[in-house]
Every structure is written in structure tokens, then in C-alpha cells.
Design a protein. Structure first.
Length: 305
């Protein structure tokens, strides 16, 4: 009956690995004398190493005598097991060394509307720093609707998704990035553009036609829109802004997105003290699956203040 190696051997450390490599050289050289040249050590030292290994394993590994060098049955089996172990160690060493080699491949980032150019996102500087650190990685950046982004990240069709935080889906990790202040805006051609604060202004705003995204990204957004005249749906900010600038509609927009139009005198915020909400933006990644070095490296360069 075979001896229980797991119980008798215990942990394998550097000492055991050195002994196994001596044993490997002896077997593959065909004996102790031939292994002297391979290992550059004397026969007596080799003999001591093999004896120590046999004592460590509590097994007789080889036979020496007039008939020459030969392996015992246990020795032959240990030799095969040893090759598997040393091969695994070499694979580990090669894999670790590969981690220090330049990254290649693609980093796929899918963003919800307006986030790419939001100065608070810091996305452009992050891409610049990442491209310098990993020049062989191609960064693919695209804009998609919110539901598409969640699906693409879950299906591993995208590495990072940038969305307004609105729910917690199983299978996704969320990293809060920043918050956008949003107010309701009208254009200079809208009747309320020059309206002064008055008891009637609130009712005028509620009765005005408003364009909205068609989805409630948070309960706060839903509460703000609940009593308003929701007359048009336009998901993307660019299209929504065009409708607001037409003068036919009012609508909520992130302050940073419309700042230049406000400064140019084309837009103004209506009752900013009451008609407002904060829209949190987050990065989503898959909870499960293999960790991706390019993705984590990008986050490292993105989070630099």
C-alpha cells in the first residue's frame, strides 16, 4: 500500500525544491557521476541531497550498485510528480514576469450622454495619462443609452461603463465619481426667459411644455417631473438642448453642460432654488470574471486629483 505523501510531506519550501532539482538532474543524467558535471557539485554532496530528499519524503527513490543507477517504483512516480510541480512553478514565474511586460489589447469604455465632455469627469486627462502609461492598448470610447451600457458591461462587451447612478444591479460594481447639479432651463426665445419671480411663475413653469429624457434616473428626478407638462421625450442631451434652444420647450440640463450657453445669454435657469436636483455619475464594471489589468490601470490614472 502506498504511503500517504500529503500527511508525511507537509509543506514544500525552497529547501525541498532544491532537493527535487538535484533529483531531476540525477535522473536525467542517468546517475550520480554524470550529474556531477550537470550540477557542478561533488558526488558525495549529491548523495547527501538525495538521501535528505528520501528522508523528507520517507520513500526510497533510487538504487545504486553493480547493476548501475535505477529508479524505484516510487522514485519513478515522484519523478513524474516533480516534473508537474516544476513545470507549474516555471509557469508561475513566466506569468508573473509577463505582468511587467507592456500591456496590449483594447480598453472598451462606454459612456452615457454628456459624461465624456463633462469637465468634472476628468476623462480626457485620464485617457492621456493612461495612453502614456500603456501606449500599446487601444482605447475605444463610445456613447450609448443607459440600458445598453449596463447590458454591455454585464455581457463583457465593455470594460467600463459611465452612467448616471440610478439603481444597483446584481453583477455590477459601482464607483461613485462626482455629482452634476441640474436645473431647469429655457432659451431667450421662450416666454419665461425674462420672467421675474412672482406667485404666478411656478404655475407658468408647470404649464410650459417640458422635454425630458423619458427615464427616471432617480426618485428625485421623478419627483421634479411629476407635476410638469411632459410634452416631449429626447434621451440624448444634445437633442434635448436643441429642443430647449428652439424656445418651444423648457427642460432640465446639467449646469456644466449648458454653461457656455448661459454665459452667451442664450439660456437661463428658472427658479433655481426649487427646480433642481443632483445627478450622481458612476463607473460600472463587472463583479465577476477575470480581473483586467488595463481596466485597473486606467482607474489608477483616472483617480489622480
Amino acid at each position: 500500500m502506498k504511503k500517504d505523501l500529503k500527511i508525511r510531506l507537509g509543506q514544500i519550501g525552497d529547501y525541498e525544491i532544491r532537493l527535487l532539482k538535484v533529483f531531476e538532474a540525477v535522473v536525467e543524467s542517468g546517475g550520480f557521476s554524470a550529474a556531477e558535471r550537470e550540477l557542478s557539485i561533488g558526488r558525495s554532496t549529491i548523495s547527501t541531497h538525495i538521501a535528505n530528499l528520501e528522508g523528507r519524503l520517507n520513500l526510497k527513490l533510487c538504487l545504486r550498485g553493480r547493476g548501475g543507477f535505477s529508479l524505484t517504483e516510487e522514485g519513478a512516480e515522484v519523478y513524474e510528480l516533480m516534473k508537474t510541480l516544476l513545470s507549474a512553478l516555471e509557469g508561475f514565474r513566466t506569468g508573473v514576469n509577463a505582468l511587467h511586460v507592456s500591456l496590449t489589447g483594447e480598453l472598451r469604455i462606454i459612456a452615457s450622454d454628456a459624461i465624456c465632455m463633462d469637465p468634472q469627469s476628468g476623462l480626457s486627462p485620464a485617457i492621456a495619462r493612461f495612453s502614456e502609461a500603456a501606449p500599446s492598448v487601444n482605447v475605444l470610447l463610445d456613447v450609448r443609452p443607459l440600458s445598453d451600457i449596463e447590458r454591455m458591461v454585464l455581457n463583457d462587451e465593455a470594460d467600463i461603463g459611465l452612467i448616471p447612478y440610478h439603481r444597483q444591479l446584481t453583477g455590477l460594481d459601482y464607483r461613485r465619481l462626482y455629482a452634476d447639479a441640474c436645473h431647469i432651463y429655457c432659451s431667450r426665445t421662450h416666454p419665461l426667459f425674462n420672467a421675474k419671480p412672482s406667485p404666478q411663475l411656478r404655475d407658468q413653469i408647470l404649464s410650459s411644455k417640458i422635454v425630458h429624457a423619458g427615464i427616471h434616473t432617480s426618485p428625485e428626478v421623478g419627483a421634479q417631473l411629476a407635476d410638469m407638462n411632459k410634452a416631449a421625450i429626447s434621451y440624448f442631451y444634445e437633442a434635448r438642448l436643441a429642443m430647449i434652444l428652439s424656445g418651444a420647450y423648457i427642460g432640465f440640463m446639467p449646469d456644466a453642460y449648458v454653461q457656455r450657453h448661459v454665459e452667451a445669454g442664450d439660456l437661463c435657469a428658472l427658479v433655481p432654488e426649487t427646480k433642481q436636483y443632483s445627478l450622481e455619475v458612476c463607473a460600472i464594471t463587472r463583479t465577476y470574471g477575470r480581473a483586467k489589468r488595463a481596466r485597473e490601470l486606467f482607474f489608477e490614472h483616472w483617480m489622480i486629483a
